[in-house]
Ligand binder design. Structure first.
Ligand SMILES: [Zn+2]
Ligand SMILES: [Zn+2]
Ligand SMILES: [Zn+2]
Ligand SMILES: [Zn+2]
Ligand SMILES: [Zn+2]
Length: 452
């Protein structure tokens, strides 16, 4: 019995020794990174690798004291990762997007990570960050190949009565630095022997085309300008020329041997009529000044035959190509123009032509009297002013009291009493049957139908 008891105590002692040895941690266990000696003499030991949660990192105890954590601290982030434990932040707190031309990016306010991606466009805007694409690359269908935006070929005024569509030289550019730059671009002034980079207007003197007035189009800082230059005054009609018969260029402030510049500006159109998704537009201002037809030029029919007139040819070639780029042209409709006698001042007008199919046209005598909201008694609705550019071409500008600044504008309808007259609206808004077709002082107020 005694022997048994002693054996039992010896066993207990051995067990205690063994336990206390284990609690101290076996030395040479290799995975320890650190130790912490407690007041009781026990030294905690910790794993070399880091443990972590969302906020902190620490070394876990390897001595069995699981509540002990070595070197516990909050993560210190740089670009999304803790610089101490390599923990990657996941629940990012992103701020607003920064945007460049190609991508959007945003940064986590906690971990500093920046996430970038290329814009993903839909109808012109990035679906993610709302960035509006710039510098569109329009395809033949007028849709940007990058962002899918449809090219805005026109803009409408807020009240829905006006449309801005196409561009034509209008206001004179008077700023001297700008003019000096444009003059440099244009190079030497043209002469009848050498036009240089300039284009001859092909204007008449004494019934034939002569070289004395030229233009040049120059692009500068995203805007387009037209320079003009002339060495003789344009006659007020296409059949004569003398000092007494010059047009109104000098009265309008435009003189010989001087370059003048005019800015291409959006043309403002009045909506005359809407039909389904198309609108009939009439320019709100006189854009140019020229003859209906030089009588000598009329190769077929009478000089006031609209079908063969210079004015119709000019509207559908020169004006059409100058005012509208390829995309704008794509929404201009071809309109069948009623040229019957009933659209003129007389049902028995013998100078009428067959109907024409045109992109650009002039209104008829009847239309400006009683269609599209025009009524015979309201002359003021037909009064028109002209652009600086039209003035540089020699248009006559009224100085009559009550009509100061107004000019006459051509209609397509032939006159009734002579094959050399055509209808027009006077500076005071009257609808008249006959102005001489050779008159270059007449204003151009184009009309056209476009698809919206
Ligand atoms: Zn411990
Ligand atoms: Zn960390
Ligand atoms: Zn983060
Ligand atoms: Zn974006
Ligand atoms: Zn685009």
């Amino acid at each position: 019995m005694k022997h048994t008891l002693r054996t039992f105590f010896a066993f207990l002692l051995a067990l205690c020794l063994c336990l206390s040895f284990a609690a101290c941690g076996g030395s040479g266990s290799g995975s320890e990174s650190g130790s912490d000696t407690t007041p009781s003499g026990h030294t905690h030991t910790f794993a070399a690798e880091w443990s972590h949660d969302e906020e902190k990192h620490w070394h876990a105890a390897t001595c069995g004291h699981v509540s002990e954590r070595g070197s516990e601290a909050a993560h210190t982030y740089q670009n999304g990762k803790c610089t101490t434990c390599n923990y990657e932040h996941t629940e990012h707190s992103f701020g607003a997007y920064s945007k460049t031309a190609t991508e959007h990016s945003r940064t986590c306010s906690v971990c500093g990570k920046t996430v970038s991606a290329a814009h993903t466009y839909e109808n012109g805007k990035c679906k993610i960050c709302d960035y509006a694409h710039q510098n569109h690359a329009y395809g033949a269908d007028n849709i940007c190949e990058v962002c899918g935006a449809k090219k805005a070929l026109y803009t409408m005024s807020e009240d829905g009565t006006k449309i801005y569509f196409g561009e034509y030289p209008q206001s004179e550019a008077k700023e001297s630095d700008l003019k000096a730059t444009l003059n440099m671009e244009a190079g030497a002034n043209p002469t009848s022997e050498n036009a240089g980079k300039w284009t001859d207007y092909g204007y008449y003197i004494s019934g034939s085309v002569e070289s004395y007035m030229w233009f040049i189009d120059v692009e500068y800082q995203g805007d387009r300008y037209r320079g003009i230059y002339f060495t003789k005054y344009r006659p007020w009609n296409t059949t004569e020329q003398s000092a007494a018969e010059k047009s109104y260029q000098d009265e309008n402030g435009y003189n010989l041997d001087t370059v003048y510049w005019f800015k291409y500006e959006p043309i403002e159109w009045h909506i005359l009529e809407q039909s389904n998704n198309s609108v009939l537009l009439l320019s709100n201002i006189i854009l140019d000044s020229r003859q209906y037809c030089n009588p000598n030029k009329a190769t077929a029919g009478d000089p006031n035959n609209y079908l063969y007139s210079e004015i119709r040819e000019w509207l559908n070639a020169t004006f059409y190509e100058t005012a509208f780029d390829r995309s704008a042209r794509s929404i201009i409709e071809t309109t069948t123009i009623d040229n019957s006698a009933s659209t003129t001042a007389s049902e028995s007008n013998e100078y009428v032509c067959e109907n024409t199919n045109d992109k650009i046209f002039l209104l008829s005598y009847k239309e400006v009297k009683s269609a599209y909201g025009f009524i015979e008694s309201d002359d003021s609705a037909r009064e028109m002013k002209s652009t600086d550019y039209a003035k540089s071409q020699g248009i006559y500008v009224s100085t009559d009291s009550g009509y100061v600044g107004n000019s006459m504008w051509w209609l397509r309808s032939p006159g009734t009493f002579s094959n050399e007259t055509a209808s027009y609206v006077s500076g005071d808004g009257y609808v008249m049957t006959g102005n001489n077709v050779s008159n270059t002082r007449g204003g151009i107020v184009p009309a056209l139908w476009i698809k919206l």
